[in-house]
Design a protein around this ligand. Sequence first.
Ligand code: GLU
Length: 325
Amino acid sequence: MKIHRRALCLMAIAALAATLLLPSSLLAQQRRLVTIASGWVVGVYYPLAGAMSRIAYKAKDVNIRATVESSGASVANAQLVGSGDADFALLQNDIAYYAYNGVTLSAFLGKPVKNMGGVFTIYPELVHVVATKASGIKGIRDLKGKKVVLGPQGSGTEANAIQVMESHGLKVGDVQAERIDAAAAADQLKDGRVDAAFFTTGLGSAVIVDTFISGKTVLVPVAGSEAAALIGKYPFYTAVKVPANTYKDQAEAQTVAVMAMMVARAELPEDLVYKFTKAIFDDLKQFHEAHSAAKSLTLETALNGMPIPLHPGADKFFKEKGVKK
Ligand code: GLU
């Protein structure tokens, strides 16, 4: 009997010691698992989501493990949040507005994504229209009859491509439209299998760098009265320039841009989103190192172009910082 009690006692001590010695990988399993829907592996969302996941993991009190998923991007990401399949997502501010309000895009008409709260806006995403030199395309109207990648399935890029073409009097049926992923679009441009491709992405995005290294591509401007009409009809666009030599031997080109932003699923606890947001702004240095476009994130500008109501956790953070009243 005595021995039995002693054995039990020893077992209890052993169990306690085992808990204290749990390898960190096991302890990590106690963290809440969340997913961040990002974008193209060759784009900007993906490295940024990776950085946010690492920052949140490292921060003392966030207690989450965030997995990053690549996707077509904005439209798909809004839908993933809507269905509860993603907790956080990166997407364009124009697409976030269309999704939340159930307007403009067929993906959202009558299917608004209401359970999505804004967290912060980050950097301008420029509509890069890349054409092969061999195609002779100089302006958007020249796309007529050509093989054109509108963007990956589920991308914001595709929506932008259609709006840009529309402002130049072109319909999807006027081009040989392709919807393929961004890396494949770059390969096909380099091989001359397509004439042009749209990419709405941050300056310095790997996929654009890659097509220009080939020396076979040019940027097609989105400019003039057509760009003005586009901005008039869809006010999320702003007129911007791609400075010369952002990409190898590339001439300065006028185009339009929207903003990249972060959203959180409305059902996520206020405290979780608050701590997540705080962790990012507490470690802006690491965030900025993820990509040159990431350097645009500052506390002061983090709500510029925010198209939807903030998640309560982000709202609390920005009020505390005096950025929001
Ligand atoms: N803005 C892009 C889209 O939604 C994704 C860009 C990226 O992954 O860098 O189509």
